[in-house]
Design a protein around this ligand. Sequence first.
Ligand code: ZN
Ligand code: ZN
Length: 135
Amino acid sequence: MNNVGEFLKTNGIKPSYQRIKIYEYLMNNREHPTVEGIYSALNGQIPTLSKTTVYNTLKIFIDKGIAMAITIDENESRFDAQMDMHGHFKCEHCHKIYDFKVNFENALEDELDDFEILDQQMFFYGICKHCREKS
Ligand SMILES: [Zn+2]
Ligand SMILES: [Zn+2]
């Protein structure tokens, strides 16, 4: 994406410097960062940044549908700017969250035909191959 500012604007978000930086970070760091992670990564470049700003900015992104919160672990929210349908695999060992492709269309049977689906998430837990190779 060449112009994050334009992208934010077309999604009804005023493209402040901090918002652009936070969105760029999400796009470029696909490891599903936490508020803490985003804050500590950008704090050096944006001295006026606060954790509250990061949190509020992510909330706006989610409201406008350009990012999502993943609550794979109850006590930490992680964020993702990849909006196409995909599943998440969390490694219990290194705590990384991996994306994997999943076809939700085929996964849904008729049982939910008359339901309104607001969110679709698929979580797997386990040990990733990198950790398995090490042990
Ligand atoms: Zn791992
Ligand atoms: Zn993801």
